[in-house]
Write a protein of this length. Structure first.
Length: 93
């Protein structure tokens, strides 16, 4: 089974290879917002936030709340369990 870290790396590699896409991994610290999505980016003028989970992983209440807040502010959001979900998500832009 793929780890969350390896899935995140494959997603970032894919996103950074797209023309018109800027994406970065958020790293948690004592100063970051609890539940902040793992990846923040923009593709063709559309902001997006992605929470990465390994298969079978569960999204926490704080993560759901943060994703909902970003979505309400106009960002497209996704909980991704694999790279293909991100590819499908990006193609919907």
């Amino acid at each position: 089974m793929a780890s969350e870290s390896s899935i995140t790396i494959s997603i970032l590699k894919y996103l950074k290879g797209l023309d018109g896409c800027k994406a970065e991994k958020r790293h948690g610290s004592a100063y970051s917002v609890r539940g902040a999505p793992d990846i923040r980016g923009c593709y063709n003028s559309q902001a997006f936030d992605i929470e990465v989970k390994k298969p079978g992983g569960v999204v926490s209440h704080a993560q759901k709340k943060e994703l909902a807040g970003w979505q309400a502010a106009g960002s497209r959001v996704l909980v991704a369990y694999n790279l293909q979900e991100v590819k499908d998500f990006i193609q919907s832009f």
